[in-house]
Design a protein around this ligand. Structure first.
Ligand code: ADP
Length: 447
């Protein structure tokens, strides 16, 4: 109803009646409007208790606009939540992929979160062990002292999950306090580093010991020569002993240099070809000289046999001539030194379908199988005095093993106590170039 119409009704004769009618109409409208608004308010409040992003719900114009704004706000918040959830997921995935173990601890050192690597390092369950005190989980006195010291500027080394004496597993752990009293624990597997460090320490100790012994003996003889009046014969005797000690030191230093040269070098390439026949000529001469030096008298002489069949003598090995000569000589020298007088040593080269084999067989004392695995360790000796007496440095088989590995081959040991030993070096076929005879046989067989 327009304003003019209302004024007309009010000034007309039946204005009183009209006024009553209009008033009651207005009251009804007001009540109705109030009821509707209350209903919309209720609906809005209900919706507000659990707002959805559904915009099809009907609210009054005012409430609808308020609801629209809230929905927009909620949508923004939801997008923000999804974005931060996504970056948290990415962040955790990155920490999971880290090669380091990561554990988040609260200010009481209770576990809040840990990545898989940390769990593997320290034997924790990433879910079941949440809220546990880290000290209770690790139960390691070194770590407990470290936590109590509150000095975290260094790493501590503790035993890892699968640590056993025969299979050590060492883990480096360091704490980094951050934020509001929280602590970040980082762990890393240091088993190999620790092993290398132990080997380095042992090696330095062994070398020092090996050099100190002949040096002490030499110093003793020098003092004797300086202080005691000795006959010519005695002087000669002492000088020979001194020369032996000097020779021993020289051999040791030479073997050490050979080892470090081999370790520092690139792998021998496949372009340099070494003639097996030429190597044989070289090592045979050396072997005869050494055997005669150790067993000079006739009934005591060793029988040395060098077998190189016609069909195999043209073979060539690709690799380093000096390394191969060093490996072959070391095996022959061992056989000569450990085989007693009148014993027999057979050195052989043969080519089979799977590759070339260089072997040295002796009739010496033999080696018990429990030593096989350790024979090529530096300074490992079964009989220390026998090795020293015959001029051994304890590095021979370490050099042999290095050389054969660098030529992609393997070393094989066969031995029985009191029945001699056989050391074989197996070279793969792709490291061999065979002579005419072989290639003819291969062509005939269609290999
Ligand atoms: P060494 O200089 O002491 O001979 P090696 O590394 O060449 O050092 O050899 C390691 C140890 O292996 C030797 O000390 C010796 O006990 C044993 N060995 C090596 N070759 C033979 C062999 N042919 N017969 C018996 N024992 C051997």
């Amino acid at each position: 109803m327009t304003l003019g119409a209302c004024a007309g009704l009010l000034i007309s004769p039946s204005a009183h009646k009209n006024f009553e009618f209009i008033a009651s109409g207005m009251i009804v409208s007001l009540v109705l409007a109030h009821v509707i608004s209350g209903w919309q308010e209720d609906r809005f409040l209900n919706w507000l208790q659990q707002p959805t992003l559904d915009t099809t719900q009907k609210h009054g114009a005012f409430w609808a606009s308020a609801a629209d704004r809230i929905v927009r706000l909620l949508k923004n918040k939801e997008a923000q939540r999804l974005a931060s959830e996504d970056s948290l997921r990415q962040f955790l995935a990155a920490i999971q992929a880290s090669p380091h173990g990561v554990i988040i601890l609260d200010k009481d050192t209770r576990i809040q979160w840990s990545n898989q690597t940390a769990s593997e390092h320290l034997g924790l369950d990433p879910k079941l062990d949440l809220q546990q005190l880290i000290g209770n989980m690790l139960r390691n006195p070194v770590f407990s002292d470290y936590v109590n010291s509150k000095t975290f500027d260094h790493e501590v080394i503790i035993e890892g999950r699968d640590h056993r004496i025969d299979s050590p597993h060492k883990v480096g752990v360091q704490l980094f306090p951050y934020g509001d009293g929280r602590i970040l624990l980082l762990s890393r597997d240091v088993t190999l580093i620790e092993q290398a460090e132990t080997m380095r320490r042992d090696f330095v100790a062994n070398v020092s010991h090996e050099i100190r012994t002949p040096l002490t003996v030499l110093a003793g003889f020098i003092e004797t020569l300086q202080t005691l009046p000795l006959s010519n014969e005695e002087q000669e005797k002492y000088l020979t002993l001194m020369s032996n000690q000097a020779f021993r030191m020289k051999s040791l230093v030479e073997d050490l240099l050979t080892l470090s040269r081999i370790e520092g070098r690139h792998l021998p390439g496949q372009r340099e070809w070494v003639s097996v026949k030429k190597i044989f000529a070289h090592i045979e001469e050396e072997a005869v000289g050494l055997s005669l030096k150790l067993h000079p008298l006739l009934p005591d002489r060793q029988r040395l046999v060098f077998e190189l069949l016609n069909q195999d003598e043209a073979a060539e090995i690709s690799g380093s001539a000096s390394e191969l000569i060093s490996a072959f000589s070391n095996l022959i020298s061992n056989a000569i030194r450990y085989t007693p007088s009148a014993g027999e040593i057979i050195v052989r080269w043969s080519v089979t379908e799977s590759g070339g084999i260089f072997s040295v067989k002796d009739s010496g004392p033999g080696i018990a199988p429990e030593h096989f695995a350790r024979l090529s360790e530096r300074f490992y000796r079964i009989d220390r005095s026998r090795s020293r007496d015959t001029g051994g440095t304890g590095l021979g088989l370490a050099i042999v093993k290095h050389v054969i590995q660098r030529h992609e081959g393997v070393m094989d040991i066969e031995s029985k106590m009191h029945s001699g030993s056989k050391f074989s070096l197996l070279f793969p076929m792709h490291r061999l170039r065979l002579g005419n005879l072989h290639s003819t046989v291969e062509q005939v067989n269609g290999i």
